[in-house]
Design a protein around this ligand. Structure first.
Ligand SMILES: [Zn+2]
Length: 139
């Protein structure tokens, strides 16, 4: 089995609504993400998937949308969202708490249907800090 991994970096702010600790405040992370795919080798190219195609797909689907964005749950007070949108142009609302775990599951749902037919998503690893990461894997 061959696994292909592409690494991504993005800066993102979030706040965990209702969380009892420091993360209830707006703060940012330098996220590091590794997306790993596997699949059947294509004899004509000698590749499972072109690294550039994987890079473009993940950038368009995830990284470009979230880099330098403020990400909040859509359950946050709408007047606050309105105020933020009046001053900042990159506010992203998710229908869930923007925790690392929830974002991973969301990213997997977005990426899986877009992969070529010979390729499947194997894992996504998302580092929130140098010492903390979560990983999604196909069960
Ligand atoms: Zn955080």
């Amino acid at each position: 089995m061959i696994l292909l991994t592409k690494h991504f970096d993005f800066e993102m702010a979030h706040a965990l609504m209702g969380y009892p600790g420091k993360c209830r405040n707006i703060h940012g992370h330098s996220y590091k993400m590794e997306v790993t795919v596997t699949g059947e080798m294509q004899p004509d190219t000698g590749m499972v998937m072109d690294f550039k195609a994987l890079k473009d797909l993940v950038n368009e689907t995830i990284v470009n949308r979230l880099d330098h964005a403020l990400v909040l749950s859509d359950q946050v007070d709408p007047t606050l969202i309105e105020t933020l949108r009046a001053h900042y142009d990159k506010i992203v609302l998710f229908p869930f708490q923007p925790s690392t775990e929830n974002m991973l599951a969301h990213f997997a749902t977005l990426l899986r249907p877009q992969l070529p037919s010979n390729v499947r998503l194997y894992s996504i690893r998302l580092h929130e800090t140098d010492t903390s990461f979560a990983e999604w894997r196909e069960e």
